[in-house]
Design a protein around this ligand. Structure first.
Ligand code: S6P
Length: 590
């Protein structure tokens, strides 16, 4: 079948790039594990593609902006006393902000420099491990948390991340910076052209995202603000910016920040060529990671089998790879409507490894139990062959510790695997590998890190993120959680997700916007007839109600398709575990 390219202006013209459906993955829900991994490989390759649509990563103007922002980082690092670099975002964007800020502070500390990084995530530290989508809609909360984080600072480089150029929380922060340019240099990172930034009015607010992005753009001509918004193509699962959005953010920010470090501490001036080289190296990481498609597909298959048998997938990681595992696992809950036990991550040393601002959160409940010791105490006794366990480590960790834990886990299940990273030539001892059913080893060539050894850790993290995104996404797709490349069982917990839900209903039913919104609200409020109050309340109120509800979009879809009542639609859906089957059967009835 002829595949339409998303770069054509007629392709889903009403949606920004980050919300479009990617033609590469259109039939992902019918693909086998190897085909799924190959599709993800192609989607991720678009990060580095010289697109004809809008900016792309290697475009001179993008690379020049990266150079300019790196030089700002250099200035701040050379005068750290009253300065700060703040990274901020919602959901995955906030998690990437956290990961980078803590990891670069560690790097600074190890070199006896002052730690000048800080992060803000909408919803606070609990949003690092659980989905907190509601604060994303609050621009005032964004501005207040930024103000609080910068008390007493004279120079602040603020990096606001919103993949879709959409989060009001970040818009509020950027607006705050633009009103205080004597202190702040704001940078916006996202993956849509500015004319596709969100224009939806924000409650109690005089601006919307696009208006702030345009002001940022104007200030860029005076070098007082910067916008970095290359087009990296639609997500593999529509709108799921935890995938490409998160990876591209990590790539851009690590390039910027580490170039700044090299300039400040190693006298290596930031240049266009240096930045291009760094981006090229990340592209190599993509190639090396996906060169093991067969092995990765085997892990996708194992994970899917576990989920299908109502078993679990456990990532046991060391150092930051453990954190990448925890993040990937926790994102499955909002992305796929997964149960929190389905895929879980654990990190060696728990919260002391996380090094997050609010410290140990384990008293908040089971979602916040993250240490290997916790795994041994609470999961191990019930572990079985139905569960898949994946170790994530590098040659830099204590391999005795890894092997000791592997030996314990093996007493409960042989379904034990590893993803490991090592420098080329320094091979993992054979006896170590014999502990696992399969080992996916990445051998990293020295040419990749000779230039900047600090980047090696970041490469390993990104490579692990790609592997885990493939495993968790692939497994959920294989058990029938998506409809084509749409995750339709989404929770409508903020205004972006509310709009996405209505769009999905329109996309699959051909009904009008107003019919779709009415159906969605009927399900949210569980009524056949909406009262005037329900119809006239604002979106924020709807999303509060939606917090408690699951299966909302599939129910509305069946109602629209077959003109059934809510109760009928619910019982109908209960009969099918694969959403595409339920919808197809319901269409047959018409
Ligand atoms: C996406 C994830 C969301 C987003 C969040 C911020 O897979 O579930 O939590 O990260 O909505 O989006 P954005 O566009 O502002 O970076």
């Amino acid at each position: 079948m002829d595949m339409q390219n998303w770069q054509q202006s007629c392709y889903e013209p009403y949606l920004p790039i980050t919300e479009k459906s990617n033609p590469i993955t259109r039939d992902i829900d019918r693909a086998n594990p190897k085909e799924i991994v190959q599709m993800l490989q192609k989607c991720d390759a678009e990060i580095f593609e010289r697109t004809s649509y809008g900016n792309h990563m290697y475009q001179t103007s993008v690379v020049q902006t990266i150079v300019d922002v790196s030089k700002r980082v250099e200035v701040i690092l050379k005068d750290p006393e009253d300065s700060l670099i703040i990274l901020s975002g919602c959901g995955t964007s906030g998690r990437v902000a956290f990961l980078l800020a803590t990891s670069l502070n560690r790097l600074l500390a190890s070199q006896n420099h002052k730690q000048i990084y800080s992060y803000i995530i909408a919803g606070g530290d609990k949003a690092l491990l659980t989905s907190q989508e509601t604060p994303e809609d609050d621009p005032l909360l964004g501005a207040l948390s930024l103000d609080k984080a910068c008390v007493g600072k004279k120079h602040v480089l603020f990096i606001g991340i919103s993949c879709g150029l959409s989060a009001p929380f970040v818009a509020g922060q950027l607006d705050f910076c633009l009103r205080n340019l004597e202190i702040f240099t704001p940078v916006l990172i996202g993956f849509n052209p500015i004319d596709m930034a969100r224009t939806e009015p924000i409650k109690n607010c005089s601006f919307h995202f696009k208006e702030v992005a345009e002001r940022m753009n104007e200030m860029q001509t005076h070098q007082k603000a910067y916008v970095l918004n290359p087009a990296v193509g639609p997500e593999a699962i529509s709108g799921s910016s935890r995938m490409k959005g998160g990876s591209a953010t990590k790539i851009i920010l690590e390039t910027i920040l580490l170039a700044g470090h090299q300039a400040a501490y190693n006298n290596e001036a930031v240049t266009l060529n240096g930045i291009l080289h760094s981006l090229n190296m990340f592209e190599k990481v993509h190639q090396i990671t996906y060169s093991q498609t067969t092995e990765l597909a085997a892990l996708v298959q194992k994970a899917a089998i576990s989920l299908r048998r109502k078993g679990h997938v456990y990532y046991l990681g060391w150092q930051t790879l453990g954190i990448i595992g925890i993040i990937d696992a926790s994102e499955c809950i909002p992305t796929f409507g997964a149960g929190f036990e389905d895929i879980r991550g654990f990190v060696s040393n728990g919260f002391s490894e996380m090094n997050n601002k609010e410290g140990d959160l384990s008293s908040l409940g089971p979602h916040f139990i993250i240490g290997h010791k916790d795994f041994i105490d609470s999961i191990l006794p019930n572990l079985s062959e139905s569960d898949t366990v994946i170790f994530l480590y590098t040659e830099n960790v204590d391999l005795n510790e890894v092997s000791a834990l592997a030996k314990i886990v093996r007493q409960y299940t042989s379904n034990l695997h590893a993803i490991t990273h090592e420098h080329e030539g320094l091979s993992d001892p054979e006896q170590m590998k014999s502990l696992f059913m399969t080992v996916l080893t990445f051998n990293w060539p020295s040419s990749l890190y000779m230039h900047q050894p600090d980047l090696m850790k970041q490469y390993w993290e990104l490579s692990t993120k790609w592997c885990l995104n493939a495993i968790s996404t692939g497994a959920h797709v294989l058990i029938g959680k998506t409809y084509m490349n749409y995750m339709i069982d989404l929770r409508v917990t903020n205004s972006k997700l509310y709009r996405r839900a209505i769009h999905i209903l329109q996309r699959f039913t051909g009904s009008t916007l107003s019919q779709c919104e009415t159906a969605l609200l009927r399900v949210l409020y569980d009524v056949e007839e909406l009262s005037d109050e329900m119809s006239s309340t604002d979106v924020t109120q709807h999303t509060v109600v939606a917090n408690e509800k699951g299966n909302v979009v599939p129910i509305a879809l069946v109602m629209l398709q077959s003109r059934r009542t809510i109760a009928e639609a619910k019982s109908y859906l209960n009969a099918y575990s694969v959403i595409r089957d339920a919808v197809a059967a319901c269409q047959r009835l018409l």
